[in-house]
Design a binder for this molecule. Structure first.
Ligand code: IPD
Ligand code: CA
Ligand code: CA
Length: 268
């Protein structure tokens, strides 16, 4: 295993232990209101500190972009961290949340790790090395049409300006598919696309830490990820379509009529 992947796995598992331990005391946690529908708990912060501690000990010169503490300066390597993706689920005891850690070198994603601490499912990818779940190779599905397809999504609940565009997309896609799931942890949704549990995914307004690891997992599992203009600016625009190559194309076609000029922008 790549030494940097090794560190990412160690950090994700260690954060997962903190999350699992805290899950029993959820009612007693101190909750911070960040902005509309956006919360962080002391668990988010403790898990993030633990991840950063492990990464910094191994690679003190690397830069970090982490959800709770922001940017930490360093060299061209940037670790992109979501210590707890699915905080709202976590707070409600809804068992769908994960740790997400990616490593980017300049514009290229090198490593992606997503860890579901409740199910002890570890999704890993390194550029050029394929994608794995608990050390077994994973691949995107071979689903080739909307009929029978299962898609994942997220609602634009923080930024309501896109709600009409989103509902147009949702309607177009829900008519033909077998189902659409809004499970509440984007990183885990993306890991599920890579593992063939979902055929595709789309969401408006994601943050880099929600998707960096998941995008690499999907690409290494034979899938495709783009922004809403078929380009690769998703980390900047926050808008993402992902799936196996065929489903990616079909989702793109279905949502295209609803993509506003704002959603075509390369930055958020
Ligand atoms: C959120 C989850 C959710 C997605 C939101 C994210 P958080 O992350 O991934 O599924 O719809 O866009 O912000 O705040 O729980 O880390
Ligand atoms: Ca997140
Ligand atoms: Ca988070």
């Amino acid at each position: 295993m790549h030494p940097m992947l090794n560190i990412a796995v160690r950090a994700a598992r260690s954060a997962g232990e903190i999350i699992n331990r805290s899950a029993e005391n959820v009612g007693r946690l101190q909750i911070n209101y960040k902005s509309k529908n956006d919360y962080a708990t002391e668990v988010d912060r403790m898990a993030e500190q633990e991840i950063i501690r492990i990464i910094k000990a191994a690679f003190p010169e690397h830069a970090i972009l982490a959800e709770e503490s922001g940017e930490h300066e360093g060299n061209d390597y940037v670790w992109i961290i979501d210590p707890l993706d699915g905080t709202t689920n976590f707070l409600h005891g809804f068992p769908q949340f994960a740790v997400s850690i990616a490593l980017k070198l300049k514009d290229r994603l090198e490593i992606g790790v997503i860890y579901d601490p409740l199910r002890d499912e570890l999704f890993t990818a390194e550029r050029g090395g394929g994608a794995m779940m608990n050390s077994r190779k994973i691949r995107v599905t071979a689903q080739a049409n909307m009929t029978g397809a299962l898609l994942g999504t997220g609602f634009p609940f923080k930024n309501l300006q896109h709600i009409d565009a989103y509902l147009g997309m949702f309607k177009a896609l829900s008519i033909d598919t077998a189902g659409i799931r809004r499970a509440g942890a984007a990183a885990l949704d993306l890991a599920y696309v890579a593992a063939g549990r979902l055929d595709g995914f789309w969401e408006i307004g994601l943050q880099p830490w929600d998707m960096a690891a998941g995008v690499l997992l999907i690409k290494e599992a034979g899938g495709v990820a783009t922004d809403f203009t078929f380009g690769d600016t998703y980390l900047d625009s926050g808008n993402l379509i992902a799936g196996n190559p065929k489903m990616h194309q079909l989702i793109y076609k279905a949502i295209e009529p609803h993509v506003t000029d704002n959603l075509k922008k390369k930055t958020r």
